[in-house]
Design a protein around this ligand. Structure first.
Ligand SMILES: Nc1ncnc2c1ncn2[C@@H]1O[C@H](COP(=O)(O)OP(=O)(O)OP(=O)(O)O)[C@@H](O)[C@H]1O
Length: 233
């Protein structure tokens, strides 16, 4: 039996002016599984993802990712965690406009000081993996929204993360493209064995989840399993 990749215990976040965004959240997320965090606007989804990813610090509680206690790391430790262990995908894609698709995918590898040859090779492989063969030289503005999010996904996987964190990754896409991106994320979770934590309020996406955390006013009110996993021999 594998170990959980993410362990969240008693997480509480109070913002300045006293907004209590999380009020004691605990859960685990597992390698090779897609965990969806659902809930209405303002329920605390972004806050939770930011705390798991080490982008912000909680008021109370503990987060462990791949055996590292995120909530105890200093700035250097957090930088290493975000560079080596976690891949991030955002609603607004966050690609660099002056760089080609392949160069965007190469950015995290540059930060990890990989050689140019290795970056090019892996960028080509990752772009093929997300269905963008033949688009390596294009700039973000030459690509559709769905294609840009595929580039962002390839970039998130560049340094072989153990955890993929995606905050409303389909929020700017039409429903058909959104479904394609979510199916791609689930396929990548399976093939790469990463754990994924995806925030959304799109009900169509929730069917694809292995686990669903329902957040309501900063607490988890429901954890339901999605459809059973296919096993292949
Ligand atoms: N930097 C901040 N300072 C103060 N309050 C904040 C801050 N960020 C979020 N909040 C508040 O914390 C609560 C949870 O916000 P959060 O963004 O985590 O919710 P969400 O579920 O991601 O919402 P959405 O679906 O709209 O993105 C809200 O009441 C919000 O107003």
């Amino acid at each position: 039996m594998s170990e959980p990749l993410v362990v969240v215990e008693g997480l509480r976040k109070v913002y300045p002016r006293g907004v209590e965004a999380l009020r004691g959240v605990s859960f685990t997320a597992w390698p090779g599984e897609l965990t969806v965090v659902r809930g209405r606007s303002g329920s605390g989804k972004t806050t939770l993802l930011n705390l798991v990813g080490g982008l912000d610090a909680p008021s109370e509680g503990r987060v462990t990712v791949a055996g590292r206690e995120v909530t105890a790391l200093d700035e250097t430790g957090l930088l290493e965690l975000r560079r080596d262990v976690i891949g991030f995908v955002f609603q607004t894609f966050g690609l660099i406009p002056v760089l080609s698709a392949a160069e965007n995918v190469g950015v995290p590898m540059r930060l990890a000081r990989r050689s140019a040859a290795e970056r090019e090779e892996r960028a080509r492989l990752l772009l093929a993996l997300v269905g963008l063969d033949g688009h390596a030289a294009q700039r973000p503005y030459e690509l559709s929204g769905g294609q840009q999010q595929r580039v962002a996904l390839a970039r998130a996987l560049a340094n072989r993360p153990r955890l993929l964190i995606a905050d409303e990754p389909t929020g700017q896409l039409d429903s058909q493209t959104a479904a394609q991106i979510m199916r791609l994320i689930r396929a990548l979770v399976r093939s790469e064995g990463v754990a994924a934590l995806v925030a959304t309020h799109d009900p169509a996406i929730i069917d694809l989840a292995d686990r669903v955390l329902e957040l309501r006013d900063g607490v988890v009110v429901e954890t339901v399993a999605g459809e059973p996993r296919m096993t292949t021999s």
